[in-house]
Design a protein around this ligand. Structure first.
Ligand code: ACM
Length: 633
């Protein structure tokens, strides 16, 4: 008996040691199939590595550098029979497609197979996620470079070929280095498409050598650091110190950096609306002569009345009736097409306010000449001409779903943002589509308790982002290229805020565009997200913990009482709250059911716990705010 106990405690000890060295598997996005085995592949001071297949040098280079930095283990490249082996398959494996991989971790060997280099790149990302979290610190696991990877077999490939994130570098400018960092972070989660929103009312961010005014003037504005749309117009002599743009060399460098990481860059030139920066450079290109233009610095120039159509207070559109507009666009798209090898160019096309066009004589003349019956037809005329320019440069045109209005240009692809309906209509008309609906994929929206987040006009919580499914029922999948999350940056001024808005919601988007639908599981996803929070702590990637914010609303009971109603998106989380102005902890009242607030309460303060530990932040809400949330009876 004693012997047996000794054996048991010894094996428990051995188990504890190996458990300590190996984190539970928590891959994001969830792979197609994962079979966990017994044991681990353990560390050595030096290990051998080999890679087999053409066009893989760049992967070998990235893997050996990052692996050695992460673990402290020196990887020696050898020809064959190595501890870690990457292989391009001689004979294509249909199950893996062009981006899939098969990873086998045995106690003695790690083997990665793929049809194409991209598959090896994604398999490599999975290997890094199998390493202990501490390895994300990139400091050889600090003092002790003892690590292990669990024995596992993974077969994986993406659900969609277009797995995108849009980065708005116009509203606020982000440096080339920051764009590279954005790419570094997105490829950890197997995104392969970076949509750069390069032009808008607030800045023109790409050098056009044949039209230098676009960046001499259009890239610069007075500095504003406070609340968006909360400032008066800049004065004419105010120094234009804020801005920037990418030169041709910068763009080439970014394109190469992205390509080395299997990312395509989709450039967007947003026209005919959203064009104030271009009009600051060329004021005679609008249909409203005499307008004084400057690059918008955040001051308000559009109205969005509730329940009514939006309109502009100042015409920010290019004129579809002006031939010089098309001449300039030809020059712009010539250079854009030369700089970006990707097959698509995005021409925006969204949110064109028509109220100045309606008053313009040159537009009226155009309508007569071209037999255009209304403003949608005018917009469609413009989009079709732009499509001809873009296709003359050997590229396919993509636009936001407004390009459907008045008739879609032949060959155009649609990026559906006002829900999925535009995308569905386009797919039914045999046009290709990328889904990026506001309801699931707008990463500029606030993500938790509204009063605690930077002010934005709408919210998108993590759980909703996780419900994103780019493929609607009854639509032929061949027309749905995939999906993407969009990060607009009106209210985002620095890269730390970029990270805060991206993570963890971009993890939800990543899983929605990579993993099979039936492999998605919200509670399991949350557990993995929490593991990735720890990884991000080591990797120094900022993220938001707003998923822990309780979802706070209220009801009137019709007898003059206000009832507090709390929901949550994390299933096994306890919500505690105070009504006496003190800061609560787990010893305070736990929310179990709608709670009638006593009349003397002024503020309710919340704090959440999971597995006995506080998660997220304290939320304070006034009863005044709660009253606003209670539907009138
Ligand atoms: C958009 O969000 N205006 C495309």
């Amino acid at each position: 008996m004693k012997k047996l106990l000794g054996f048991l405690s010894l094996s428990l000890f051995v188990f504890a040691v190996s458990a300590q060295q190996t984190d539970p598997i928590h891959i994001i996005p969830q792979p197609l199939s994962l079979i966990k085995g017994d044991g681990v592949f353990g560390s050595k001071q030096t290990m051998s590595f080999s890679i087999h297949g053409a066009g893989t040098d760049n992967i070998a280079q990235q893997f050996t550098v990052r692996f050695s930095n992460a673990t402290g283990t020196v990887l020696k490249t050898e020809k064959t029979n190595t501890d870690i082996e990457f292989h391009l398959l001689d004979k294509s494996d249909n199950e893996l497609g062009s981006e899939g991989y098969r990873l086998t971790v045995l106690p003695t060997k790690i083997t990665l197979h793929a049809n194409q280099p991209a598959g090896l790149f994604y398999g490599m990302q999975t290997i890094f996620q199998l390493l202990p979290k501490k390895a994300e610190g990139n400091n050889g696991l600090r003092a002790k470079n003892v690590w292990s990877i669990p024995v596992v077999t993974i077969t994986d490939k993406p659900r969609f070929g277009w797995r995108g994130l849009m980065f708005d570098v116009s509203r606020h400018f982000f440096t080339k280095q920051e764009v590279k960092q954005f790419i570094d972070e997105m490829v950890r989660y197997k995104f392969n498409l970076l949509h750069l929103h390069l032009t808008d009312d607030q800045g023109w961010r790409i050098q056009i050598k044949s039209l230098p005014q676009l960046t001499d003037i259009g890239a610069w504005r007075p500095l504003r650091e406070g609340k968006w749309a909360n400032t008066p117009d800049p004065s004419p002599d105010e120094p234009k110190t804020y801005g920037g743009f990418y030169t041709h060399d910068d763009i080439r460098e970014l394109v190469q950096y992205a390509k080395d990481r299997f990312v395509n860059i989709l450039p967007e030139i947003d026209i005919p609306g959203h064009s104030m920066a271009m009009l600051a450079s060329f004021p005679d290109l609008s249909a409203t002569p005499g307008t004084k233009y400057w690059v918008n610095a955040g001051e308000k120039f559009m109205e969005w009345p509730a329940g009514a159509h939006f309109y502009a207070l100042k015409d920010n559109n290019l004129s579809p009736a002006n031939e010089k507009v098309y001449q300039h666009l030809d020059k712009i798209f010539t250079e854009v097409a030369q700089l970006f090898p990707f097959e698509y160019i995005h021409m925006g096309g969204d949110e064109t306010a028509k109220n100045f066009w309606e008053k313009s004589d040159e537009i009226k003349a155009l309508m007569q000449r071209e037999k255009l019956k209304d403003m949608d037809a005018v917009q469609s005329y413009f989009v079709k001409r732009v499509e001809k320019i873009i296709s003359s440069k050997g590229k396919k045109m993509m636009g936001w779903d407004e390009i459907l209005e008045g008739g879609l240009a032949p060959g155009a692809s649609v990026m559906s943002w006002r829900g999925m309906k535009g995308g569905i209509a386009a797919a039914k008309a045999n046009h290709t589509v990328v889904m990026s609906p506001t309801d699931f994929a707008y990463l500029d929206y606030y993500q938790g308790e509204k009063t605690m987040e930077p002010p934005v006009y709408a919210g998108l919580r993590l759980q909703k982002a996780y419900q994103f499914d780019p493929l609607p029922d009854s639509i032929d999948p061949k027309f749905i290229l995939g999906g993407q999350g969009n990060l607009w940056t009106e209210q985002i001024q620095n890269f730390s805020a970029v990270q805060y808005m991206l993570w963890p919601r971009a993890l939800a988007i990543a899983e929605s565009v990579w993993s099979p639908k039936e492999r998605k599981n919200w509670p399991d996803f949350i557990n993995r997200v929490e593991q990735h929070f720890e990884r991000m702590n080591f990797a120094k990637i900022r993220y938001s913990t707003a998923m822990y914010d309780p979802i706070i609303s209220a009801q009137n009971d019709g007898k003059g009482n206000l009832i507090l109603v709390v929901d949550k998106e994390i299933p096994d989380m306890a919500v505690h709250f105070s009504i006496d102005e003190s800061n609560p902890d787990h010893t305070y009242r736990q929310y179990q059911a709608p709670y009638t607030l006593p009349k003397d309460v002024a503020n309710v303060k919340f704090v959440c716990y999971k597995n006995g530990k506080q998660v997220g932040r304290q939320i304070n809400i006034s009863v005044e705010e709660l009253k606003k949330r209670a539907p009138r009876r």
